[in-house]
Structure formats: structure tokens, C-alpha cells
Design a protein around this ligand. Structure first.
Ligand SMILES: [Zn+2]
Length: 272
């Protein structure tokens, strides 16, 4: 066994959220299939997996589903997203990880959103955010997971208000690809990446005007150069050229274009 324990949650029960783009698609069907495939793929790594419900037809209160994850390393709720008014919007397809307010799941959330974007080949980059409500966490399942101290993530697999994404999600062989890749991301995060995470936490915020020769700025310039954003000297001096490269990178990743390398930009840079 790997000593990793994960609680998987199919986002909705019964027949729920029919796609306005492709009428044979129901979000609840995809949620149910994918969470079972992900269970199988995680178990291949020796991860212990529990689920929040025994069958697709039975409802269970949101908070209670989150609470089921007591003693787990991760609570993951599986979804596909819908545009604000439920209209078909062919340009909107970004995968989103909704994480808890304490920031504990920021990095894994971004990694999973990146994974979905890569596997689904979405036009928009993956992103993470958190949302607060009257009682703390806005989403009941994340509130339940937080109440028992589990890192909770709600993962939106692109939009079922986007025709291409919906057709893609209707293909079970594609869901298997998602399951295989997400299982690897989760397993790596809780095992091999522990060291990388420690380094990440120690990385400081970098901005224009920082010192010449700073090894962290050299590291930043090297990463940007590898990715084709920076073609000047790796000198450890954060000047106009480095700032332009950072801004271009931020624009491509749909993160705030402020030219400052903070936590979110570092995560994106280090997880490619
Ligand atoms: Zn949903």
C-alpha cells in the first residue's frame, strides 16, 4: 500500500444537468463513470480509495459527502462545468479546480486543472480558485471536507455548454485517459513531488529591480528561456526583458499579467 487515502465524489446523482449542446450528455452520468475509473487507476498505485455513494440513483447531502473523507489525504469531487446562464458558449472550455479557502489545495488544484487541459486539449488554460459563502466555503462538499480536515477539490472537466468538450466527454475511452492521467498527478503529488513542493514553498516573490546574480532570478530566466519566452542573457538581474517575458508567460497561462513572479506564476512555471 502507498499510505495514501483518497475519497472520490461523483458530483451529482440520478440524471442531472443535461447538456444544451449535446442532448445525450448528462453531467451526472459522466461524473459517475469517471469517478469509478479514477478509483481503479488510483488503486493500481496502491492508493486506498473510498467513494461517497454506493450507486448513481441515491442522493446524499453535500456536507455529509465531504465529511465522508475523514482520515483521507484528499477529497475530490468530479464535475463538468456550465456557462453562467447555461447557454452554449463554444469559446469557453477552461478546466477549473475549485479549492478550499485555506490554500492547502492550490497546487494540486492547479496541477489537476493543467492535467485536464492537456488531456482534453482545451483552448483555454486550466485554473484554480476558491469561493467563500455565508458559512465559510461556498460549496457544501468542500465545507464538509474542511470540517474533517481534508484537502478538498472540486474539479470541473471543461464545460458541457461547449459542444467539442461535451462530445469528447461522451467517449468512454477519453474518460479513461483522464482517469489514468489524474491518478498519476495525484499519486506523484503525494509521493515523489514532496521534495519539489518544499522547494516551491521556499521560492520567493520576484519582481523588476531585483539584484544582479540572484540564483532564483537565474533559475527563473532559465525556465523562461527553455519555454521560449526569454532570449537574453541569464544574468540573475530582473530588468525590462525579464519582466516582458514574465508578462507574456502570464498572458498565455491566463493568470494576472502583473510581471511579478508570485506563488501562482511559480506554480505554473514549475509544472509546465
Ligand atoms: Zn457539477
Amino acid at each position: 500500500m502507498s499510505n495514501i487515502k483518497v475519497c472520490l465524489d461523483a458530483g451529482h446523482y440520478g440524471k442531472y444537468n443535461q447538456s444544451p449542446a449535446v442532448e445525450t450528455y448528462y453531467e451526472s452520468d459522466m461524473n459517475w463513470k469517471l469517478h469509478l475509473m479514477l478509483k481503479e487507476e488510483l488503486e493500481k498505485y496502491g492508493v486506498e480509495v473510498i467513494t461517497t455513494r454506493d450507486d448513481q440513483q441515491t442522493d446524499k447531502p453535500l456536507f455529509e459527502r465531504g465529511e465522508t473523507s475523514q482520515g483521507c489525504d484528499l477529497f475530490l469531487s468530479i464535475h463538468s462545468n456550465s456557462s453562467a446562464n447555461g447557454d452554449v458558449k463554444e469559446t469557453v472550455d477552461r478546466p477549473v479546480a475549485i479549492v478550499q479557502l485555506d490554500g492547502m489545495g492550490d497546487e494540486l488544484g492547479q496541477l489537476l486543472a493543467n492535467c485536464v487541459a492537456r488531456v482534453m486539449e482545451t483552448k483555454q488554460a486550466g485554473q484554480f480558485y476558491s469561493r467563500s459563502g455565508r458559512r465559510g466555503e461556498y460549496y457544501g462538499v468542500l465545507r464538509g471536507a474542511a470540517a474533517v480536515g481534508t484537502m478538498g477539490i472540486l474539479l470541473e472537466h471543461s464545460f458541457h455548454t461547449n459542444t467539442r468538450s461535451t462530445l469528447w466527454l461522451l467517449d468512454d475511452s477519453n474518460l479513461r485517459k483522464l482517469a489514468v492521467n489524474e491518478a498519476k498527478v495525484i499519486y506523484d503529488y503525494f509521493t515523489e513531488r514532496k521534495e519539489a513542493r518544499t522547494v516551491d514553498i521556499q521560492l520567493k516573490v520576484l519582481r523588476k529591480g531585483e539584484n544582479r546574480g540572484d540564483p532564483q532570478i537565474q533559475n527563473l530566466q532559465r525556465i523562461l528561456k527553455d519555454m521560449g519566452y526569454y532570449d537574453m542573457e541569464v544574468d540573475g538581474s530582473f530588468g525590462g526583458g525579464t519582466q516582458r517575458a514574465v508578462k507574456a508567460f502570464q498572458e498565455d497561462r491566463a493568470i494576472d499579467i502583473d510581471g511579478i513572479v508570485g506563488r501562482e506564476t511559480w506554480i505554473q512555471l514549475l509544472t509546465k
